[in-house]
Design a protein around this ligand. Sequence first.
Ligand code: BGC
Length: 747
Amino acid sequence: MKMFFKLTLILILVSSNLLIASDFEKYDQKIADLLKRMTLKEKIGQMTQVTLEIVAHDHEEGIPLTKLKMDSLRIAVVKYGVGSILNTNNAANSAENWIDIITTIQRVATEETRLGIPVLYGIDAIHGSNYIAEATLFPQSIAMAATFNRKLVRKEGYITAIETRAVGIPWNFNPVLGLGRQPLWSRFWETYGEDVYLTKEMGREYILGLQGEDGDISQPDRVAACMKHYAGYSVPLSGKDRTPAWIPENYLRELFLVPFKEAVDAGVYTAMVNSSSVNGVPAHASHFLLSEILRKEWGFKGLIVSDWRDVINLHVRDHVAASEKEAVKMAVLAGLDMSMVPFKYTFAEYLEELVKEGQIPESRIDQSVANILRVKFALGLFDKPFPDPKRKELVGKSEHAQVSLQAAREAITLLKNENQILPLKKNTKILVTGPTANSISYLNGGWTYTWQGSDERYYPKHYTTILNEIQKLAGKQNVRYESGSSIDQLLNVKKVVKAAENTDVIIACLGEATYCETPGNINDLNLPKAQTDLINELSKTGKPIILVLVEGRPRIINSIVKKVKGILMAYLPGPYGSRAIAEAIFGELNPSGKLPFTYPRYVNDLVCYDHTYLEDYDGNHFNPQWPFGYGLSYTTFKYQNLKINKKEFKKGENIKISVEVKNTGKRTGKESVLLYLSDLYRSVTPPVKQLKRFEKIELKPGEMKTVTFNLTIQDLSFVNRANEWIVEPGDFKITVGDQTATFRLID
Ligand code: BGC
């Protein structure tokens, strides 16, 4: 039995963070010198972060222009000495306006405070720089994950950094590294999907795009990344945003912590804390998460910022602190560096009292201030606090939009194509219908010009809808449009059914409205009934129906899947998604996206692909609508000759795997080759398989490529009952496409 062979090898995970660590150390002297000159009040000010809204006049509706309130700004920056300001003022500002705002803030900070410490401005640039009116927006992360293309994610990060820093903002609160394993969750689309390896890979690429491979964020085209929300936020048991997660420690370490550890190794400069709780302990009060794991185990040297109001939430919402003051003490002693207060200054006032009363040692404050100053030094803010107005031209460059379009193209996932209904011929007579057919905001989702993304007054006029792009490719004369239903209400059904009469095919664009965070909570994963009713009515016409799904999470569509001939999953593909969708419909593009999550068939059957054997055993069936990694093409690929270089391996030896992939169809196509590993027996019940590598290739008709992968012993490891990473000898299986092969690890 395998248990007897158990290796006691605990993996010593050597941190590749060394470069960044030494880079960080080069500021130690400067930090120490500055700290010596700072008063307690000034130090605590650095730990305080407020929202732009409290230092600005209300945004005039629909106009991207913020005016600062100089008296409030001076209260924040001079009186309280805040270290950081965040957010936009309810809606996106123009690049020019941002440059003015940042210049004014930095002028006050550097010229009117005793020590002239610049402010660290932070923003949510979630899919491109979504709070700059002219910036390039990208597909949301769930769609970026579906591309299985690391290069595109890296480029997204890089372009986001260029455009964000161009207006003087040096800090981006992204990427989201939680695993999207709870499809009800309203932030599902901010994740890279359910898989730990895919998330880890995409998260790292995005961070390297933002910060550069050498981590030199003083460059004018770099920003500091913020991995969030550390950790466990993404799997609320109830499915509602900011509600508790319950994650056993071995599972936490084996899945949820991995992408964060990878980010630390990649040199991420900052981290934001999970707004909710894990195993009953709010993350903001968790010494275990913040200090023991992040700082001690992983050696993280960056800045830890709270989420929105979450220090005070320890008292008012979570009831773990009996007063606001106790909440402040709890969070700071747990290891927090900066509080996103974001409206009130009580955090600073209580913290000063706590230090004066001896309840928090000043040395603890010094550590946090050092972490904050280190990021400011690394960003070069002391030397160059002001934006360079000339760089404004870099915002929204046309070549940046090309990358966004390419990402949307590679994200689109073909889920069904009965009798090759797709692609359509251009002279087909088409009825376009459904709530997402003629909307620009639904393609983008939350974090688009406003927090909820729903106010289309802020959207650029050149953005197009799916209808617009279908009309362009098919010719207006061939396209009829009837909305048919809103997101949750049937509209003119009779009219839409009548309109179908003279057409060859119906394209029904379904999905979700825009939403973000708690306002996006739902009680039911089913696609709203109005939309399934629309399909039921249209299916009576006998005309073939093609579904286009524009949605941030997999809404259940089981009852209508059989009634339609083709299904294209678009996710939230961003502003150029409309064009990519139309190109896919008419075959100008061959879909190559794959699902980065398991698409459930039933609302109460939410099982991920890397489930245990038990979940597909006896009376239990793993029976999703489509599994993780699913996605069709207009061509066909054949996998053959899966080979492993040896049958038996000793620890320390690398495992070399190769497979041939051939395009057996008639079109050029891209294929993401996914390699899964199964540990057949181990002392903690194993997942049936887990993604360990992927590579996206392109093949012409008849072309064959050999794809090779290397696995190391670390890829075979898991977290045992004592919560340690170990490797156990035994039998393993590799699966790539329909090919499998086994090997043995010997003691
Ligand atoms: C969100 C964070 C975000 C922060 C600042 C919070 O409500 O949870 O993801 O970075 O607001 O806007």
